[in-house]
Design a protein around this ligand. Structure first.
Ligand code: DLL
Length: 433
């Protein structure tokens, strides 16, 4: 089922002409109201009147996270504060948060895009949505909440935390949809099992999961442990929050990015050059309907590619391949580029190993070292030393075969790696000390 047939199945030609019109309109607006854009266009010697095709977008300069920090808190807003009705912020790892403001129309569009996303994932009126994304400055909770109400489903505003209570509510209220990070869904399954509750028997049908990188094998694990379809949803606060792109239930392959509101490009993260359609690189997004804080060519740092082939679901909006990581959390270990998700996909295929791991990167005698700490299940943990040694050797070999680097493997006790209620922390890079 499609929420908004008129827009979601618009023929490409009409979609692209709508994009161009909206892009030109956005450029006029930011040039008139945001000093940062006025300056950056004039420094790059660009007269926005000469942007006459979507290809011309490539001539415009990028917007970086640093630009948002430099204009903290409201410097990039394109409307006066009286027109802003909501403010969110993302915490980030260093310094001040990144602040975003929404007008009433921005909030309405966000709810519409989340309603579309829910429906694409097979969620509908009559569903009970257990929303365990955090409510607060983080966009996950309220973003999913407004979309669920717009859809007409019943939303339970759980927020994160209090895991035991979450399980009780989910069971007693008969939730059919779970919205939370992929890592938290596994924690919920584990906590239920600890109390002798079989979460597989709950009426849960679909999980809408995102906000952190995860792998295809992690999906299989979640689908098996919770007995649901796990759908990948992507978004970022700077651009909107959740609901920028989502997989459809029909294909469960690639995330439709809502192109009547966003223009995606894929660039080479080093040179900044736009890559040919279908190649993998950094995702850059331009917003074309936002009023509060429109962003032109925002560098997301997320690594993906555009899937241009038509989708079986009938939507004409292009798909993004599952995010394979971020260009800024790609680890360089002894010169080799390593994404945590690559190691995750190795671990997930090995019997006896649990989907809870952490990567410790350090430097000894000027040489990078990688230690993979991974939990094993109870049964494996109580096996003889020899069995455990064979298991670590096997993990070590598979990682070496895939990435060409030798790592140390530490098999740790079940439940010894810290669980997260939101985004999981997978990497501890001690070289940055
Ligand atoms: O994480 C918004 C969101 C909430 C998305 C709930 C999905 C569900 P931020 O906190 O600003 O916003 O973090 C955005 O998280 O640039 C990606 O690096 C990562 N991310 C988000 N979704 C995915 C995903 C929200 N499906 C940053 N796969 C983004 C991989 C994801 N990474």
């Amino acid at each position: 089922m499609i929420w908004n047939d008129d827009f979601e199945t618009l023929p490409r030609e009409a979609l692209e002409s709508l994009q161009l019109k909206r892009l030109q309109n956005t450029l006029q607006r930011v040039a008139a109201t945001v000093p940062f854009y006025r300056d950056s266009f004039s420094q790059a010697n660009i007269d926005i009147g000469t942007i006459r095709s979507l290809a011309d977008l490539q001539r415009l300069p990028f917007t970086l996270k640093q630009d948002m920090r430099d204009n903290y808190p409201y410097g990039l807003f394109a409307v006066p504060l009286e027109q802003i009705v909501r403010i969110h912020a993302s915490s980030g790892t260093t310094g001040k948060p990144t602040v975003v403001g929404y007008t009433r129309r921005d909030i309405d569009i966000w709810a519409e895009l989340m309603a579309r996303s829910f429906m694409a994932a097979g969620v509908h009126r009559g569903d009970v949505i257990h929303n365990a994304y955090g409510y607060g400055l983080f966009t996950g909770g309220l973003g999913a909440h407004y979309g669920a109400e717009k859809l007409g489903a019943a939303v339970i505003p759980m927020s994160g935390g209090n895991t035991k209570k979450q399980i009780m509510i989910m069971q007693d209220f008969g939730s059919t949809v779970l919205t939370c990070t992929p890592s938290y869904s596994l924690y919920l399954a584990e906590a239920a099992a600890e109390d002798g509750i079989n979460i597989r028997e709950f009426p849960l049908r679909v999980g809408i999961m995102g906000a952190e990188p995860w792998s295809e094998s992690m999906r299989r694990e979640i689908e098996e442990k919770l007995n649901i379809k796990a759908i990948d949803i992507y978004g970022l606060s700077e651009i909107l929050g959740p609901g920028v792109a989502i997989e459809c239930l029909d294909a469960q392959h690639g995330l439709h990015i809502w192109e009547d509101h966003f223009i995606p490009e894929i660039i080479d993260p080093d040179s900044g050059a736009v890559l040919p359609l279908g190649e993998t690189g950094e995702l850059v997004i331009t917003t074309i309907t936002k009023e509060g804080i429109p962003l032109i060519r925002y560098r997301t740092r997320d690594i993906t590619r555009i899937i241009a082939e038509p989708c079986i679901c009938g939507r004409t909006h292009r798909r993004l391949a599952r995010m394979s990581g971020r260009s800024d959390d790609m680890l360089i270990i002894r010169g080799v580029n390593v994404f945590p998700s690559q190691i995750e996909s190795v671990l997930m295929t090995i019997e006896g190993v649990e989907p809870h791991y952490q990567l410790i990167v350090d430097r000894e005698d000027n040489l990078d070292t990688l230690e993979v700490q991974v939990e094993v299940n109870e049964q494996t943990f109580s096996d003889e030393i020899k069995v455990l040694q064979d298991l670590s050797r096997r993990i070590q070999k598979e990682i070496k075969d895939l990435l060409g680097i030798t790592c140390r493997v530490r098999l740790v006790e079940p439940k010894s790696i810290a669980r997260s209620e939101g985004k999981a922390k997978r990497v501890n890079d001690l070289r940055k000390r």
